[in-house]
Design a protein around this ligand. Structure first.
Ligand code: PAF
Length: 283
C-alpha cells in the first residue's frame, strides 16, 4: 500500500481496512491518543513503525476519563494539524470515531480497574480517570486488535493500569512503554503545557529537576523518606501546589520504604496556577 493516510470513522470500516493486514508476517501497532499531537506522540509513532508494518493512530478525546469539573470541553483539539503530522510521518490509518460511535445510546459497561489503578496516586485526585481510560483502551484494543500498543512513560500509572488490564483480560496485545520526550530544559512534553503562562512555563522544569535530584540522592543511599520530604519542601519553595511526591515499586506501584523493596519509580503531580503537571523518573 502506498503511504496514504486513511481516516476511518466507523468500527465496520476499521475492521474492513485492517482485514488485509491480519497475516502471519504482518504486524499492526496502535498508538492511542487524544490528539493535540506533539513530539512525544511522534516518538510513539516512530517506535510503532519500528515494530510493525502497519500503524494505526487513534484520535479520540475520551469523555469518560474527564470529571465534570475537568477540561473535556477545552481540551486542546487540532485535528487538521494532527493529520498533517501523521501524513508526514507516513502513518497508515487514523482511527477517529465520534463519541456516539464509541458510546452509542444504551452503552452500559465500564471497567473498574484495581491494583495499580488504586495505588493512591492519580486515582486519589482523579477517581473517575482510570475507569474511563481502561474502558476506552479496552475498546480500542478490541476494535483495532493490534499486535503492539504504545504508551508514553510520562503517564506512568496509566501505562501500568493498561498493561495490567490487557493481561487480566487476555487481550493478545503487547503494551510497550516509550520513554518520555522532554523540552531542552527537562519539562516533559504534554498537550496541556499550552495552558502554562510564561511565568509558569519558566518554573515548570523544576518538577523534573527535583525528581532527578531525589532519584540521585536515593541512589546514593540516603533514606527515602528524608529525600522525599526535602523534595516536597523544594516543590513548595518553587511555588508548586503539591498533589503527591512518592517512591513506588516500578511495576506494582505499591509503596516502598527502602531501596531493597525496588525497582523504584519516583512519581509526582503538582499544580501550577490552573495547570496540573505530572512526571516520573526511575531510581
Ligand atoms: O494518554 C492518553 O492520551 C489517553 O489517556 C488515552 C490512553 C489515549 C486514552 O484516552
Amino acid at each position: 500500500m502506498a503511504n496514504r493516510l486513511k481516516i476511518i470513522r466507523t468500527v465496520s470500516s476499521l475492521r474492513r481496512a485492517l482485514e488485509p493486514f491480519r497475516r502471519p508476517n504482518e504486524r499492526v501497532a496502535l498508538v492511542p491518543t487524544m490528539g493535540a499531537l506533539h513530539r512525544g506522540h511522534m516518538a510513539l509513532v516512530r517506535e510503532a513503525q519500528r515494530r510493525s508494518e502497519r500503524v494505526v493512530v487513534s484520535i479520540f478525546v475520551n469523555p469518560t476519563q474527564f470529571a465534570p469539573n475537568e477540561d473535556f470541553a477545552s481540551y486542546p483539539r487540532s485535528f487538521a494539524t494532527d493529520l498533517k503530522a501523521l501524513r508526514d510521518a507516513k502513518v497508515d490509518f487514523v482511527w477517529a470515531p465520534s463519541v456516539e460511535t464509541m458510546y452509542p445510546d444504551g452503552f452500559g459497561t465500564r471497567l473498574a480497574p484495581e491494583g495499580a489503578a488504586k495505588a493512591g496516586l492519580e486515582d486519589e485526585f482523579r477517581p473517575h480517570f482510570f475507569g474511563g481510560v481502561a474502558t476506552v483502551v479496552a475498546k480500542l484494543f478490541t476494535q483495532v486488535l493490534p499486535d503492539f500498543a504504545l504508551f508514553g512513560q510520562k503517564d506512568y500509572q496509566q501505562l501500568r493500569v493498561v498493561t495490567q488490564m490487557a493481561k487480566d483480560l487476555d487481550l493478545p496485545v503487547k503494551v510497550i512503554g516509550v520513554p518520555t520526550v522532554r523540552e531542552p530544559d527537562g519539562l516533559a512534553l504534554s498537550s496541556r503545557n499550552v495552558y502554562l503562562s510564561a511565568t509558569e512555563r519558566a518554573v515548570a522544569p523544576m518538577l523534573y529537576r527535583v525528581l532527578n535530584d531525589c532519584a540521585a540522592r536515593i541512589k546514593n543511599g540516603e533514606k527515602i523518606d528524608r529525600v522525599l520530604n526535602v523534595g516536597r519542601i523544594e516543590f513548595d519553595l518553587a511555588g508548586f501546589g503539591l498533589d503527591y511526591l512518592e517512591a513506588r515499586h516500578a511495576v506494582t506501584l505499591a509503596p516502598i520504604s527502602t531501596s531493597k523493596d525496588g525497582p523504584i519509580r519516583l512519581l509526582a503531580a503538582v499544580r501550577l496556577g490552573k495547570t496540573r503537571l505530572i512526571d516520573n523518573v526511575p531510581v
